[in-house]
Design a protein around this ligand. Structure first.
Ligand SMILES: O=C([O-])C(=O)C[C@H](O)[C@@H](O)C(=O)[O-]
Ligand SMILES: [Mg+2]
Length: 420
């Protein structure tokens, strides 16, 4: 049964984001996303969610115009059409939190939401969840981690948000407790690279004391030199299930990996298929965080997992600020990925219940139950889409810029790559 695309709608949206701190600066008051609707007629509308930064949005819009008439089953044709529509273009993001850019990564980022939309349509048309189209469900529940951030109590000049301040070990533990009480997460990730490494290790020790059974991770987004990373990795051996991107680059990570027993994870040095051979040959990483938004979609992420399995490398999953379409896609992918060995990252708790889908998937005891409904398992809330599009138009932000926003309050702030 061929299912030609009649129209693709591309809508940029914005939603409130708390002042979360990271190596690049601080999250702006609004996070941007783009919703893609792949309309195949007869009520079959498939969804994709991707970044909302203006340069990326331009590329997504350009690609969308090239897809009319494409059969949603023809995912190789999808990639070819998007590649032809874009030409060779390398469009970096400004925060750099998912590593350096490349033309391959740019193409992968643009293909991804359309692939999600096509798979959603195909699933709806055949009455099967997307996980079945990816090879079949191997788990019914997908566990997520409590993703903790150092944060300010409020955006400067605004009212405090519901999470409050977290700038020391007590604040971090209180944040963890609130998030775990609310969602039941059974593992914990702390975003680091904000304070000196020893202060962040103190926070990890406080989390260990407060949550003796929760696996812990620390992610300073390349904030440390290899020498510091080695010291910290040795100090936290046995305390962390993995240390994520302690230092920049494949060679730096390989140096740390060779000197310690700590499993190293990455979403900053293995970020495209071109990185795999060198990183795996040099044994730079023990765990790769997949992310369908920049690996080129759900099928590409499944292929990444297979390659990791072949080389004995673990697989976890990365998250940026996102909404319910992305969450559903992550859940479908995770459900169909046998060797996904870790709880997934998600920013969902930071979105305070705001969503663009009508009935977002929910966490119960730290996990999302994989939906049985056809397709991704979520539908758009048209009123929310319109409202969030208006917020996008009004918010004045067109590109995520954690560093620029931070400089508004700390003028000499510089990104802290290998700063400690
Ligand atoms: O390395 C990571 O896990 C991330 O980059 C995740 C998020 O982007 C996070 O760091 C953020 O949004 O500040
Ligand atoms: Mg990371």
């Amino acid at each position: 049964m061929s299912l030609p695309i009649r129209e693709v709608r591309v809508t940029p949206i914005a939603f409130p984001d708390p002042p979360l701190l990271n190596v690049a600066g601080v999250h702006q008051p609004w996070a941007l996303r783009t919703v893609v609707e792949v309309d195949a007629g007869d009520g079959l509308v498939g969804l994709g969610e991707t970044y909302g930064d203006a340069p990326h949005l331009d590329l997504v819009r350009r690609a969308a115009t090239a897809l009319t008439g494409l059969d949603v089953w023809d995912l190789n044709g999808l990639r070819a059409r998007v590649a032809a529509a874009l030409g060779v273009v390398d469009e970096p993001d400004r925060h750099g939190l998912t590593g350096p850019s490349s033309a391959e990564k740019t193409l992968a980022r643009v293909v991804s939401p359309f692939e999600s939309g096509c798979l959603d349509v195909a699933g709806q048309a055949t009455g099967r969840p997307v996980s079945d189209l990816l090879g079949g469900r191997v788990r019914d529940r997908v566990p997520f981690s409590a993703y903790l951030f150092y944060k300010w109590a409020a955006h400067p000049g605004a009212e405090p948000d519901e999470w409050g301040e977290a700038l020391d070990p007590d604040g971090v533990v209180a944040q963890a407790r609130r998030m775990i009480d609310r969602y039941g997460f059974t593992s914990i990730k702390l975003k680091g690279g904000v304070f000196a490494p020893d202060a962040e290790v103190e926070a990890i020790k406080a989390l260990r004391a407060a949550f003796p059974d929760h696996p812990l991770r620390l992610d300073p987004n390349c904030g440390w030199t290899p020498a510091t990373a080695i010291r910290v990795a040795k100090a936290t051996e046995g305390l962390l299930e993995y240390l994520e991107d302690p230092t920049p680059g494949i060679d730096g990570m390989a140096e740390v990996a060779a000197a310690t027993g700590m499993p190293l994870a990455t979403n900053m040095c293995v970020i495209g298929f071109a990185d795999i051979a060198e990183a795996f040959t040099k044994r730079a990483v023990g765990v790769v965080l997949s992310d369908h938004h920049y690996w080129g979609g759900l099928r590409a992420s499944a292929a990444l997992a297979e390659i990791c399995r072949t080389f004995g490398v673990g697989v976890s999953m990365h998250s940026n600020s996102h909404l319910g379409v992305s969450l559903a896609a992550m859940v479908q992918l995770a459900a169909a990925t046998p060797n996904l060995g870790y709880a997934l990252d998600t920013h969902t708790p930071w979105q305070s219940g705001v969503d663009v889908v009508a009935e977002p998937l929910r966490f119960h005891e730290g996990a999302v139950t994989v939906p049985d409904t056809p397709g991704l398992g979520v539908t758009l809330d048209p009123d929310a889409l319109e409202r969030m599009h208006r917020d996008y138009l009004d918010c004045g932000i067109r590109e995520r810029d954690d560093t620029g926003y931070m400089r508004g309050f700390v003028p000499d702030f510089t990104r802290r790559t290998a700063a400690w």
